[in-house]
Design a protein around this ligand. Sequence first.
Ligand code: PGA
Length: 852
Amino acid sequence: MLETIQSNVRLLGKLLGQTIAIDHGDDFLEKIESVRNLGKDLNRDEQQALKLLQDEFSSASEAQLKVYSRAFSQFLNLVNIAEQQFTISEKGLQQLELAHPLEEFQKKLDESTTEKFEQALQKLHVELVLTAHPTEVNRRTFIHKYHDLAEQLDSPEKNSERIEELIEQAWFTNEIRNERPTPLEESRWGLDTIADSLWQAVPEFMRELNELSQQVLGKDLPLDYAPVTMASWQAGDRDGNPFVTAKLSELAITNARLRAAELYLQDFQNLYLELSMHKADENLIAQDAERIGPYRQVLASVIAQLKHSINQLQQGSTETAISSTEQLLEPLQLCYQSLCNQGLQKIANSSLLDVIRRVKCFGISMVKLDIRQHSERHDQAMAEVTQALNLGDYQTWKEEQKVAFLLCELQNSRPLLPAQKWSADTQEVLDTYAMIARQPKEVLGIYIISMASRTSDVLLVNLFLKAHGVDWAMPIAPLFETLDDLNNAPAVMAELLKLESYMQRCERQHYVMIGYSDSAKDAGVLAATWAQYTSQEALVKLFEQNKVQLKLFHGRGGTIGRGGGPAHAAIASQPPGTLCGGLRVTEQGETIRYKFGLPHLAVRSLHLYASAILESLITPPPAPKKEWRQLMDKMAEQSCASYRSYVREREDFVRYFRQATPEQELSSLPLGSRPSKRKKDGGIESLRAIPWIFAWSQNRLVVPSWLGLGQAIADNLDSNKALMQDMLKEWPYFKARISLTEMVYLKSSPEVSELYDQALVEDELLALGKELRHQLKQDEQAVLNLLGQKRVMESDSWNLSSFELRRPYLLPLHLMQVEALKRLRQNPEHPELEQILMVTMAGIATGMRNTG
Ligand code: PGA
């Protein structure tokens, strides 16, 4: 099955080669080819090939290194394109036996499950939350070219001239941004993805879901059904990002409303062309004053409103712009009903229904903007307020005192905030609430509190909302993201659930956000995932007892160390009962392209989500047996101790990390709008989870994604092998954990990490690197022993060969990165070297795809 991909890779590689030759001559192309061959030679004569490659790069000038790094990075992009095209082509789907997820799901249904299916369908809800971070390293211009390339490869008559042209365009364009994107740009990229892809994909997905409903239940989906909705953090997440201000969020919302109005205008104009019929309900005919046709009359008025909105929003004014989905929906529903009443169902259920579904999914602003802020910032702002009121320093109060004060203020009808000048930080926090109060409710999502750990964190946000006159109950989500906070989450929520007035405000439903990456950074993957699991279980129970609807929001990253992995496995390994309140999940910057960049990719991702959720709702995963739970408790503790024995207890760990990976350099590169640390100074704790994991994946030691787990397996394998095998077979949570770890082992490389150490790490610290690599090998062996396998992913030939395809391009990129780092550390702030480093980072990330 690899043949098709390989032949496309060869074709694309050859064309890229020709383009490079135009730019740098045949001689240089020959050099590149010889590097490529050495990369392939590694399996045969590793030492010799390695030496030749190192010599080549150490003697290369910066200009040459830049060409090399661009060439290999682009090769890897081309490999991805060829592979992606294969996986979505008819042939690929057949050969990979990638069945249609909804069809597969349907096969599992029978008469006994029809009723459950109907209930599950009612509960089905996915809210995709687009985040800006990590920012996609590829520029949008490139993404467009890559998509176009994939489409050209997909057509039976490959248009080689166009392919050649696109490759040339890409080569002669600078792939790296020179400046950090602003949060507004990040938000624009998210909207672009929707406009380019999801705008088409959602109605298409809905049509297929409707077909399923018809086949199984014999009826259509209800008209107001909206199983997919969209939210965003882009330009709304201000935690640790000083560039996201109240003003900027407001601008982002206005822009999003404008984009939405423009898209709807096209949709309504299309409908205007189509719905020219005169057969309509009496009330519609009666309104057709201009005699342009009853449907057109209705549509014309919305078109006029949309044009007016566009005009207003373009000038930055929102006052008379469309401000509720009802303004769009009502006329559409009126037309729909009339068409159905007149027996014109076919027309009703075509483009018109698509637009109705778009309005239900995308609302008036394409995405609902979430607001996210760190709990500490709220506390500091409140401390300034209590000091201004002569009540003392809020931050020093005990939790009970804070809660009592907040509850009292929530009941108080006099204004909380004295009119005075606040510090800039406090003003910004308060301005954000004022901004929220100015928006129509429909353009906003929920308010997330980072590093939440106490009841007062939630009540405080509630009070600030009230104090600014927010006249609707904006949902608040505490984000629990350290091991202790996850473990404490049920206790904190239990306190909140007891507060009757607060529960009434929330209409007996509440969000809780689970943080995947920071908890893994804090405690290692195994302990973190187990805490996420048990905490969710306890929350489900608590909320059921209190008859409150639990709405879980999963803060998953794209990479395994940040909670990523295939959506299907992730959903199947959720504890039972966690999907009843819908699935709200982050779709992070770098994965948006892979999952939603093209309409058919997006439709497939939606199928995967929907089928997995429906399946879990109909047949919930088993609750863990008592023995499984006991063993997991023990292993989580052991793995956390093992992880922390390196990360926290080894004095030299941070120094080693900084030398052996490009972490220090990473923060100065203009990758995203957000600084890589929450606070300027501070050690590893202040470093955000994304650069922490990204840096470790660049030297292929990928420490955060495996450290601790294998040791815990090794410690218990002799005494509990049968039990673990039972868990592997029967428990999706455990199975998913182990298979994701296998993927991490496959993509990690002690050999590559050693190359970084040799060139970049001071002698004193070398022993630590050696120890970590030894640990990695031992861990891998323990997992193999558990699985009874000789090598990782033995039975997954597709993933194995897919990675093999990239290996020859990855190694040269690592060696170039090492070379660039070496020179950069002697000669900091060297623009050309920084460029090379960025290109290699982007290239390695492209080659590694989902691990980190
Ligand atoms: P955060 O995201 O740094 O915004 O909390 C972490 C992640 O996505 O891994």
